[in-house]
Ligand binder design. Structure first.
Ligand SMILES: [Zn+2]
Length: 305
């Protein structure tokens, strides 16, 4: 009887548990958050969003930031670099700058600091005192808010990235009043996440940030986060809010476009060929602009409206 030699294969894997949060958990949180968002009466002033919208959005934000931190750890491990211990913003700003000297590291640091501020506001349970003035019909006329002493965040105060009057961050216009954090904040942070994946794809081997997105939506399988996000962008029926979001994403596009791959697989590149508004390529082979209604019918060529 011949002796069989046993070969033992050793494989080294670098796993980061939280990296899968966006792929597996975010769609449900985003869809539920949108459900409540669309029922809102935008003609009225609100000092908070509904508990339903708030809960799903804030959970989504925390998980998205955890996923980004997991990928940051992976990049640093594979690049043989030590983490700075200063946080996500500092680490990612630095690592992209090393790859490309022209990379706008300071702007990325600002943006990611804003994301971290919002995450901290959520997980540290900041308390606000809110004074509301109602009219006879219980419609709100005005409200004043005060962050309670000892609940402030030193990072936030030092950064100069929060406009106190609007209680929003400077670049991304994210709400820092915990009860007001809603669908739009989560959506914007997912746009930033998608941009981060794109930048990683361009500057590092694919294996560094192996983000895959697969989600069944309206009976169709979607494989790109960009197309999924585009659906929500194109179907946000509130035109005033949309304009504000568009301005934020335009600035991101201008600053970071050359640092993400050259295709529509990323939200910031996925724009209308005519007016450059976002959300052009949507699920179910829809190529339609929600701004100028320019459309490309996949099987029948170009259709101008
Ligand atoms: Zn257009």
């Amino acid at each position: 009887m011949t002796k069989q030699s046993k070969t033992i294969n050793k494989q080294k894997l670098v796993t980061v548990v939280t990296a899968n949060y966006v792929d597996m958990l975010l769609p449900e949180l985003l869809e539920k958050s949108l459900e409540a968002y669309l029922k809102k009466d935008f003609s009225k002033r609100h000092f908070q969003v509904s508990v339903f919208e708030n809960t799903h959005s804030t959970a989504g934000i925390v998980l998205t930031v955890l996923a980004m931190e997991a990928y940051r750890n992976r990049i640093y491990y594979l690049e043989n670099k030590a983490l700075s211990k200063k946080g996500l913003a500092e680490d990612l700003g630095e690592v992209f700058k090393i790859k490309d000297k022209s990379f706008p590291a300071n702007l990325l640091k600002e943006i990611l600091t804003e994301v971290e501020i919002v995450r901290d506001v959520i997980v540290h349970n900041h308390l606000y005192e809110v004074e509301i003035v109602n009219d006879g019909n219980w419609d709100m006329i005005s409200h004043r808010q005060k962050l309670l002493k000892d609940y402030g965040d030193s990072k936030r105060l030092r950064s100069g990235l929060v406009t106190e009057q609007t209680r929003q961050t400077k670049n991304l216009k994210l709400s820092v009043q915990p009860a007001k954090i809603g669908f739009e904040d989560l959506f914007t942070i997912l746009v930033v996440f998608d941009m981060f994946v794109g930048m990683s794809d361009k500057h590092f081997p694919n294996s560094y940030v192996p983000f895959r997105f697969t989600h069944k939506f309206n009976g169709d399988w979607i494989t790109r986060l960009s197309h999924y996000l585009s659906y929500f962008y194109a179907n946000n029926l509130n035109k005033v809010r949309m304009k504000k979001l568009r301005e934020i994403y335009k600035k991101l596009r201008t600053a970071f476009i050359s640092f993400i791959p050259d295709n529509v697989d990323y939200f910031l590149r996925n724009v209308c060929p005519k007016c450059q508004d976002f959300g052009f390529h949507q699920p179910q082979k829809i190529y339609k602009c929600s701004n100028c209604v320019f459309e490309i019918k996949v099987n029948s060529g170009y259709v101008k409206k």
